[in-house]
Ligand binder design. Sequence first.
Ligand SMILES: [Zn+2]
Length: 411
Amino acid sequence: MIILDGLGDRPVIALNNQTPLQAANTPVMDKLLAKGSCGLIDPLSAGFPVDTHTGSAALMGVTRKDLLKLTRGPVEAAGVGVDMRSGDVLLRANFATVHDDGETILDRRAGRITRGTRELAEALQDIDCGEGIIACVYAATHHRAVVRLRGENLSPDISNTDPCHLNDNFKILTCHALDASNTMAHKTAKALNRFTQISHARLKIHTLNKSARLPANALLTRGAGLAFNPENLLNRLGLRTAVISGERTLHGLARLLGFEVIENPGFTATADTDLSAKFKAVNEALEKHDLVYLHIKATDIFSHSQDAQGKCDYLEVIDKAMEVIAADNLVIAISADHSTDSNTGNHCGDPVPSLLYAPGCRVDSIQHFSETGCSQGGMGRIRASGLFFSLLDHMGRLPNYNPYDATFLDA
Ligand SMILES: [Zn+2]
């Protein structure tokens, strides 16, 4: 299963009103399509934009019920190896720079700090947030971090303290319960507000922050979620699954689901990722695994930068690198976690172009892999779970209904 992050797009004037995939010359993918079929998939619900972790999890057999519960906090926490127990609340966090008043944000990412966050996080261990709730901070890549709240009766139904605004001149938001009647959420929000104050007090006097132009003197949080293990059909079926990606979100998702993560310093989450090494790793991983997910991030990044031509060119580079996959005996799906509109730079709810090839599979009449072609393809318009089931079915690994309960049927 090849996940080209943010693959789906909308027509762009600079590409003669074609999408980047439509405009790209992709002979390798087109050859697969000529022996297979294509269609449009909806990651969660038709028309609804999702994030990478939701769209990718949908292609990995996470049930719909769990997809709705799966927030970024626990995914990022799994990505940095946080010790998680049932009942813990995990939040995604940014080291940020705030004014001396402790709340006016000067830079949401502390100047995209690259060093010292591990030491800063060390000063933020076992923070007593009252009512027996203890907070710990774990540094991730650059300005990113994870906050873990541990205590009795915590709830993840709390608001973000990160205003998430492009303009950095904002205040840290006060955390509150998303549902006014949820007393556990009130308690959790109060603890998080206490954490925000204490962490600022400790960070502002930290020696590493003394001479910094943009001191990392505060933490902004979002995406709260409970530690949990999503149900997964691949594990239930006993399939050996691996994930090849340069992105921490995908690593976190894979660890949360119990899949093997195949890493390499050359695998990055940008266009400089070593594509030929990634595809080589796919071939190697297939010797020991039943199912291998390959995730390529840069397609999405070009869209976020509103660089449609760059995305189009990069799709041609991916296509060329894909040549090394010995397709004939494999079942191959190419899809995405969501669409990203290169006109706006935002994720959008348009369905994702997807193709499926398997020895002896049905063949449709579409010749070029694109959003337009997929709208007329043999798979029609289906949910991500449909593509996932088709892949397993073609692998001969999807038993009839009986061996497992209906949990997975709406996956
Ligand atoms: Zn994405």
